[in-house]
Design a protein. Structure first.
Length: 209
């Protein structure tokens, strides 16, 4: 079923690729917006926008991986599908480790790409529904111990285990254990998701809708 509210956002410095993507997406009734650079995308991105992101991994200026990192720091959980013509396996591994939804090598069959996009949009809808359940998130937050809450606060500031261990005067291994418990208790799959949960709770507490 077509999701009228969902938009496929395409970031690629190749005008030919952008035009081809627009034609393909319009042909199946999908809304799309096109961007020539990561900076252009960041300048207009709204976290409330439903859909998915099609992202070229190699671009002048800010790369696709760097854009993904920026989105993670902002707590953006939009599914990201990377595309590359280089088949760089280390890049693919890094992208997936940072929460990419999928990684495809050009050229890509139209139907394969459309199938991945539909799955990404469905995933986005499910995740937004989950993140919107403030009472559930608050309940999970309340289940954390004081030390786990401290670790959570550091995690959502983008700090790595070694830095957190230094700040809290404990071993990195201890932080690894606390970090795993935080992720489990919060039912989070990534730090970006944790950030988004905390932003949602903060928004709800301030009376936002």
């Amino acid at each position: 079923m077509k999701n009228e509210a969902a938009t496929v956002m395409v970031v690629d410095d190749d005008a030919g690729v952008r035009n081809a993507m627009r034609v393909l997406l319009k042909s199946v009734g999908l809304n799309c917006t096109l961007f020539a650079s990561a900076q252009e995308f960041l300048g207009s991105y709204q976290p409330s926008q439903q859909g998915c992101l099609i992202l070229d991994i190699r671009m002048p200026g800010m790369s696709g991986l760097e854009l993904q990192q920026q989105l993670n720091l902002r707590g953006a959980v939009i599914p990201v599908i990377f595309m590359t013509g280089h088949g760089d396996i280390p890049m693919a591994v890094e992208a997936m480790q940072h929460g990419a939804f999928d990684f495809l090598q050009k050229p890509i069959r139209d139907q394969d790409l459309l199938d991945r996009i539909q799955r990404a949009i469905a995933k986005d809808g499910q995740l937004r529904k989950s993140l919107g359940e403030h009472a559930r998130i608050k309940s999970h937050l309340d289940s954390l111990t004081p030390r786990e809450r401290e670790v959570l606060d550091h995690m959502t500031q983008g700090k790595q285990n070694k830095a957190i261990a230094q700040d809290l005067a404990v071993s990195p291994r201890t932080i690894e254990i606390h970090r795993a418990r935080v992720m489990e208790k919060m039912s989070a799959h990534s730090v970006a998701e944790l950030v988004r949960m905390m932003l949602d709770l903060s928004h709800a507490a301030s009376g936002g809708r």
